[in-house]
Each structure stands twice: as structure tokens, then as C-alpha cells.
Design a binder for this molecule. Structure first.
Ligand SMILES: Nc1ncnc2c1ncn2[C@@H]1O[C@H](COP(=O)(O)OP(=O)(O)O)[C@@H](O)[C@H]1O
Ligand SMILES: [Mg+2]
Length: 312
């Protein structure tokens, strides 16, 4: 079964989307992994980093975006034959193993969601609205991905900044989360806030089946020059707060080619593969796979121990 990975940080502009699209591309192109990128952000940056605005306009006209799948979850009576398989765009950037579930500038109507959940709570005679809400949140993204989860090695969710319904639903559907961060003092606060929110999210969703969500690692997006030297001190502080396993050793340098790649509707690892940014993403992908392997081995060892314990 595929791993679901959320790229999150409550801050915008820290490099979530850039990390998502470059990691996904390297996993597919260099390692032959089957990868699906899911754009959960109404800014549709992941979508527009992987397809041209013209292609996106066509896709949107045919209602083949995430918005339609969310609509179907909110309004079960909606007459529509479009499935997630119809919405997913294959052969992204001409890579056979890379697929995209395009995002949309309108993803859901909060009022509609609240109304639907209130009606549900009333009709089921449930007094506790937050239980109904938590249940919906837990199953929204998980339910949308369910039919295709076995088709992929990795499904990477590009989350919006902030902490909205889709980000929370994406996080609870994930096995791991990646935390790209710039080593600025406020970004350190952001990391701590997110960690606190995620542990609270785990508590509120733990009543039925426990969440196995793990931080795969913090990825630093560096800055050059004088400010870079100051950032090194901040980075030292962050590294003291986390175990080495929670940090990626590979860091992403600032590189104009990374920003320019968006103009060619493809990630820098394809547009300028020899640039310093592209090389850093390529190395980071190898480390990513090592980290996932390490977790897999750890959980296998744990289950062997449990099985052996059962034999006693
Ligand atoms: N390593 C980098 N070097 C240069 N520019 C970068 C780098 N990483 C991200 N950027 C640029 O910074 C901006 C914000 O990055 P983005 O990935 O969209 O952040 P987020 O998804 O967190 O909002 C974009 O214009 C992107 O091209
Ligand atoms: Mg983004």
C-alpha cells in the first residue's frame, strides 16, 4: 500500500510546493516510484508548477479537479459519474510514473460543510457536533484517495498555509508529514505551533483507530549572504530541539533556477537539472527514501516482536 505524505507548514512562502513537486518528480523519474501529487491549496501552485494554465483551464472546464471530488463528499446526492480516476491527470511532465490530482481556486464552501454536518448531527440524534465534525474531517481526504491508494508508492499532499479543514483532513490521512522551513526565528515558532496542533489533532482523532502519523523530517530552505550567516545560528537552535532523525541532512539552497522553473511549468529538477537547487532536491530524495525505509524496518521489527510475544 502506498504511503501518504503531507507537506505542511502554517506559514506561506516557505517552500512547501517547491519541495512537493521536486520530490515527487525525482521519486518518479530517478527511482521509478509511482507518485501522485494532490494539490490541496486554492492557490493551485502545485498544479501550475506541473501543468500550463491552458491545460489547467481545460481540466477545470471538464470539472476534473479536486473540487468536484470534495463536492461529491459534501453532497452525496450529487449526480455525477466522474470518479477520482477520471480526475487524475497522468503522464505529468511526460513522466510515466507521475500523476497529478489538480487543485482548484474554489475547493469547498465552509457554510455548506457546516450545514451538511449540522443536518447529519440532527438526523442521527447526535448531541456532540464535534464528533460529527471530527468523523467527517478524518474521512474526507482519506475517502477521496481510497480507490487509488494501492496504485501508488507515494501520494504527496501539497497543503495550504494555515490550518484549514483540508490541511487537517490531509494530515490525518497521512502516514508522514514533511515540514519545510526557513531558518528564521518566527518560522521556529511556526514549527512549534504546528507540532502542538498536530499532537492535539492526534488526540482528538485517536478515539477509534490510532493515527500512525510521523514527522518524516524538517527540510531547511536556506538563504545566502549575510542573512544566511544569521540564519545558521537560528538553525542551530532548531536542531537542538529535535532529534537528528527528525531533520533532513540535505538542505535546499536558494537558487534562482528554482524560482524560474515555474515559468516552464515544470520543476527545476527537469528544467535545469544541473543547477545547485536541482542537485539538492535529487540528493534529498535519496535521503527521503532512506528515512521511509528506516521507519518501515522499525515497524516491521516491532510487529515481529509482537508476533513473537504472541507465541510465548
Ligand atoms: N530553493 C529556492 N530557491 C529559490 N526560490 C525558491 C526556492 N524555494 C522556493 N522558492 C520560491 O519561493 C516562493 C515560495 O515557494 P513555495 O514553494 O510556493 O512556498 P509555499 O508552498 O510554502 O507557499 C516561490 O516563488 C518559489 O519559486
Ligand atoms: Mg504552496
Amino acid at each position: 500500500m502506498g504511503f501518504v505524505i503531507a507537506t505542511v507548514n502554517m506559514k506561506g512562502g516557505v517552500g512547501k510546493t517547491t519541495l512537493t513537486v521536486n520530490l515527487a518528480t525525482c521519486l518518479a523519474k530517478n527511482h521509478g516510484k509511482r507518485v501522485l501529487v494532490v494539490d490541496l491549496d486554492t492557490q493551485i501552485s502545485a498544479t501550475l508548477s506541473l501543468m500550463s494554465p491552458q491545460d489547467f483551464a481545460k481540466v477545470r472546464k471538464g470539472r476534473r479537479t479536486l473540487s468536484h471530488l470534495i463536492d461529491k463528499s459534501i453532497r452525496p446526492n450529487l449526480q455525477s459519474k466522474l470518479t477520482i480516476q477520471d480526475v487524475i491527470q497522468p503522464y505529468i511532465c511526460s513522466i510515466k510514473e507521475l500523476d497529478l490530482l489538480p487543485g482548484d481556486i474554489d475547493l469547498y464552501d465552509e457554510y455548506l460543510v457546516s450545514e451538511m454536518l449540522h443536518q447529519k448531527a440532527n438526523s442521527e440524534g447526535k448531541e456532540n457536533f464535534s464528533d460529527v465534525w471530527n468523523h467527517f474531517e478524518k474521512l474526507l481526504i482519506k475517502g477521496i484517495l481510497e480507490p487509488v491508494i494501492n496504485n501508488y508508492d507515494f501520494i504527496i499532499l501539497d497543503c495550504a498555509p494555515g490550518y484549514n479543514l483540508l490541511t487537517r483532513s490531509g494530515i490525518v490521512a497521512s502516514d508522514f508529514y514533511l515540514l519545510p522551513a526557513r531558518p528564521e526565528p518566527l518560522s521556529v515558532v511556526g514549527i512549534q505551533l504546528l507540532e502542538r496542533r498536530i499532537s492535539r489533532l492526534k488526540e482528538s482523532h485517536n478515539s477509534s483507530t490510532p493515527l500512525n502519523l510521523q514527522l518524516l523530517g524538517i527540510v531547511f530552505i536556506l538563504s545566502g549572504g549575510l542573512i544566511g550567516r544569521y540564519y545558521n545560528q537560528v538553525m542551530k537552535r532548531v536542531t537542538e530541539d529535535f532529534t537528528p532523525a527528525q531533520l533532513f541532512k540535505n538542505r535546499i539552497p536558494m537558487d534562482v533556477n528554482v524560482a524560474k522553473a515555474v515559468d516552464s511549468f515544470m520543476p527545476v529538477v527537469l528544467s535545469t537539472p544541473t543547477s545547485s537547487g536541482a542537485k539538492a532536491f535529487t540528493r534529498l530524495t535519496v535521503e527521503f527514501l532512506q528515512k521511509v525505509d528506516a521507519y518501515q524496518n522499525m515497524s516491521q521489527n516491532r510487529s515481529t516482536k509482537v508476533n513473537l510475544a504472541n507465541l510465548d
